[in-house]
Design a protein around this ligand. Structure first.
Ligand code: SF4
Length: 68
């Protein structure tokens, strides 16, 4: 659980795919926001599902950007 997602609010279109996939990490009103932590593989899957690449992931252990 070292992946830390952030949302590009200017890009997010708020349709909720990330919340559907990982509701413990993403909540969506008009825009997605990060509300918790979760398994790295599910966070990465949510980022890949996002139709506008609004989810950025950094590995908190290495500091490296994992996605996109
Ligand atoms: S999947 Fe992407 S566009 Fe959709 S709510 Fe989540 S961050 Fe926003």
């Amino acid at each position: 659980m070292s992946y830390v997602p952030t949302i590009d609010e200017a890009s997010c279109i708020g349709q909720g795919d990330c919340m559907d996939l990982v509701p413990g990490v993403f909540q969506v009103d008009e825009c997605a926001r990060v509300v918790g932590t979760g398994p790295d593989d599910l966070i990465l899957a949510a980022a890949r599902e996002c139709p506008v690449e609004a989810i950025r992931i950094v590995d908190s252990e290495t500091g490296e950007q994992v996605y996109p």
